[in-house]
Design a protein around this ligand. Sequence first.
Ligand code: HEM
Length: 533
Amino acid sequence: MESLMMMETAKTIWWIIVIGALGLGFRIYSKAMTEQWRMRRRLTMQGVKGPPPSLFRGNVPEMQRIQSQTMINKHYSGDNIIAHDYTSSLFPYLDHWRKQYGRVYTYSTGMKQHLYANHPEVVKELNQANTLNLGKVSYVTKRLKSILGRGVITSNGPHWAHQRRIIAPEFFLDKVKGMVGLVVESAMPMLSKWEEMVKSREGETFCDIRVDEDLRAVSADVISRACFGSSFSKGKEIFSKLRCLQKAITHNNILFSLNGFTDIVFGTKKHGSGNIEELEKHIESLIWETVKEREKECVGDHKKDLMQLILEGAMSSCDGSLVDKASSYKSFVVDNCKSIYFAGHETSAVAVSWCLMLLALNPSWQTRIRDEVLRFCTNGIPDINSISSLKTVTMVIQETLRLYPPAAFVSREALEDTKLGNLVVPKGVCIWTLIPTLHRDPEIWGADANEFRPERFSEGVSKACKYPQSFVPFGLGTRLCLGKNFGMMELKVLVSLIVSRFSFTLSPTYQHSPVFRMLVEPQHGVVIRVIPN
Ligand code: HEM
């Protein structure tokens, strides 16, 4: 009898807990929903329209419907490849609403209200907003935590400003110019390998080469040596693990797939499958081993490369109890190493791959680059003096970054109510500028916006378009890419070296299919048919 009563009491307590938890969950959820509704109302009252959201999932069902209707395996070739604005296949819902609501509109993913901001005036305001109130989008950075931690790319506020101050000096122009030789050294083995590949094909003067993987290895080598002083062999494992991690994370559409409810209920770890956590730990220990080796090497030595700056910055910024100090020191170092590894090699490799793809379709520009390199560079090898004379190479790279910017978005979250010109963006709203769309807007670039015409940059960015602040391959404002000078230098050296040694066309096996994996990459790689010059 007594045990029966105990069971009844336990049952009652169980039900009270369940109902209490459900009630609490509902209160939290409805509060968050009300907040989203208020944000939307404040935006619409300022004249910002957008698709009407459903109650719980915002515009997600419509996004899914539009995405599923999009044909992604269309066949592209020649001029058709260049004219193809891939945002229409990668983010078709954004394109769809743009046609309906214009260049500034709002939409919802349930628990998040978004502002699509592709009007040049709004982009200009974003560029000029010198405030800590615009940060990186928190729900995305949480999902990228395993790959970028709380390093300079993903953090906000004073923590970000502090990290940026530490890292920025390493990328000042004078320092970057001193690294030209290092990029040449890293590229030489790849060029020799390609020459060997052609030679080994008896009776043939050409060879089809998948260049994107080789370029990734080169830029990994470059960033490893330039910033961390270690050779690619040490960094190789870190890079390949980071790449696996990137693929695992972007298996889900990290930007738009969820309405945010699952994050509230399950937390963000839901996305971190066992595999992701394992990779994360492995990468952390690999980086930490490198740091420890480095600390031993540097006793009494004062090499001020990036790793050294990060180590010193971490030392000076981590205070607190000994235990806290050790762990925050470690995460400061590991997170920033991961961030630089990632930001510094994927972007450049993808940009050069797209550039070779476009040059393969435009052999006359290969000839112009070749002539320029021969004119200014001894033995066709750029150096600290000749690099700034390579105007044609620069124009071609700028045109590549216009048509195929590796980063698809500039994204910000209003951490407080923030004024952008006449528009007040309510706290909590996520702002998205779709870079490739901005770069192909005929009102900004003219009727030939979808054509490959590097000559538009012949008098610099300011003369290339109507609103120069709309050329944003390296992002904008206070969060402008830290490695912009370094990236441009690396691209110039690699393109000059490759084009001066090889002529190339697209291989018939090339399949044009840009895919979004944090960056917009060639899904099946870039395969070119090379002939040594
Ligand atoms: C073609 C090459 C590159 C492209 C297209 C590129 C593009 C970008 C973009 C779009 C952003 C975001 C900016 C924003 O939110 O406004 C960014 C941030 C960043 N990039 Fe790059 N990047 C390139 C190369 C590099 C290299 C070589 C490095 C370092 C070695 C680097 C380091 C960074 C860092 C640290 C940030 C974060 C800056 C911050 O939030 O304060 N990038 N990059």
